[in-house]
Design a protein around this ligand. Structure first.
Ligand SMILES: NC(=O)c1ccc[n+]([C@@H]2O[C@H](COP(=O)([O-])OP(=O)(O)OC[C@H]3O[C@@H](n4cnc5c(N)ncnc54)[C@H](OP(=O)(O)O)[C@@H]3O)[C@@H](O)[C@H]2O)c1
Length: 374
């Protein structure tokens, strides 16, 4: 008889508390799921945002909960309908525990064994470490939702031999993790990409495939972009980073082409010490003010816009398109790179809280990763 697996997790016991390590149940896979033994997990802003903001975000989550969206590890068990993976395969996957339709601690990445949907996972090619692969999932998914979902920018799908579409996409925030994936996916779908970043990251964005870079902190960046896009047909804009929706609405409104702005960044920062109460009235007022002003600005310019929720692709065909049809060969052939570079912040579940704190301090074209050695 097989030995029962012992699982441990970095638990969020209740809102606004530090993660605490403790035993966790081992959950076997359902038909369309796999279970992996995590070897590396990556940190995302939403992990500390949920921790700091409590029920202001993801209010469906019941405590105790296991956060974490980015997993890389080896398959230890597969569901009865799984065809793409076998036990022992090295995979990366987007752990969708915080998705409202999943809402499951077993599907968080901050634990030894994580349940993944088969359609949200891809094989890791030889030569790519678990740490490097773990930077991809949530931000790859978020970029894919914004670019390809039918109620977002609805771009053509990525392929290994893209046909030029004759359109230019604006990716505001190209050096973010989401932006690094968005640039590559849009280029693989045949679009020219203009992007914004700090000048120190212009080369980085160029290597990912962007054709022109602009400094988002330059006060003249909006007119500069409008000027650079004149005579071109835009495919819309993907807005990432503080202030990006307003800037993208101004650029898209003044350009010819598809009048759509897909928004990744929540308009409230929540970047405050853990345990400090989030002030209800100013937070709600700021959100209402943002929503009303962006509604007015888009309506006046004939633009449509929508927030991205980075796990919705799990419930439509985009998950298969990007995780099964595109990414495995693109990664193996070096046409898509795992970016940004992993910055390893420690080893073991015990290192995750400090790694989240490091991500909260801010990164530049880096992804904070924790190794989970055997
Ligand atoms: N909606 C969703 O489902 C979803 C999912 C994932 C992430 N997000 C959101 O998407 C955003 C990016 O997340 P991430 O993990 O990719 O971030 P990240 O990699 O941690 O972001 C760091 C980068 O942000 C850039 N940056 C800072 N301020 C900026 C601004 N005002 N405009 C443009 N870029 C700016 C910096 O660029 P330089 O160093 O070049 O200055 C830096 O490289 C966050 O707001 C996050 O909460 C949303």
């Amino acid at each position: 008889m097989e030995k029962p697996r012992t699982n441990r997790a970095a638990w969020l016991a209740t809102k606004q508390t530090a993660l605490a390590i403790g035993p966790a149940p081992y959950t076997p896979p359902k038909a369309d799921e796999i279970v992996i033994r995590n070897r590396a997990v990556a940190m995302n802003p939403i992990d500390w945002i949920k921790q700091v903001a409590g029920d202001f975000v993801f209010d469906w989550i019941k405590y105790p909960f296991v956060l974490g969206s980015d997993s890389a590890g080896e398959v230890v068990e597969i569901g009865s309908a799984v065809t793409r993976f076998r036990v022992g395969d090295r995979v990366l996957g987007h752990a969708v525990g915080t998705d409202p339709k999943r809402n499951s601690a077993a599907e968080g990445s901050f634990q030894t064994y994580t349940v993944l949907l088969e359609r949200m996972a891809s094989p890791i090619p030889d030569g790519l470490s678990y740490e490097a692969a773990s930077v991809l999932p949530l931000c790859f998914s978020t970029a894919a939702c914004g670019l390809f979902e039918k109620d977002q920018l609805a771009l053509g799908y990525p392929s290994l031999s893209p046909e030029p579409k004759g359109k230019t996409l604006l990716v505001w925030g190209g050096s973010t993790s989401v932006g690094s994936n968005a640039i590559q996916l849009a280029v693989a779908a045949g679009y020219e990409v203009f992007t914004t970043a700090s000048p120190r990251n212009f080369d980085y964005c160029r290597k990912l495939g962007a054709s022109r870079m602009f400094d988002y902190a330059d006060p003249g960046v909006v007119p500069e972009l409008i000027n650079a896009l004149s005579g071109k047909t835009i495919a819309g804009a993907l807005a990432i980073g503080a202030g990006s929706p307003e800037a993208c609405v101004a650029v898209v409104g003044a350009s010819q082409g598809d009048k759509f702005v897909s928004m990744a960044t929540f308009p409230i920062s929540f970047n405050q010490p853990l345990g400090q109460k989030v002030p209800m009235l100013p937070t709600v007022s700021r959100f209402l003010w943002f929503s009303a002003s962006i509604w007015l600005k888009t309506r006046l310019r004939g633009i449509r816009s929508k927030f991205i929720f980075g796990s919705t692709l799990a419930h439509n065909e985009v998950s298969r398109v990007v995780y099964a049809d595109y990414l495995p060969r693109a990664l193996a052939e070096g046409r898509f790179v795992a970016a940004p570079e992993a910055q390893i912040a420690g080893a073991g579940l015990e290192s995750i809280q400090a790694a989240l704190d490091l991500q909260r301090k801010g990164v530049s074209a880096r992804k904070i990763v924790v190794s989970l050695p055997a």
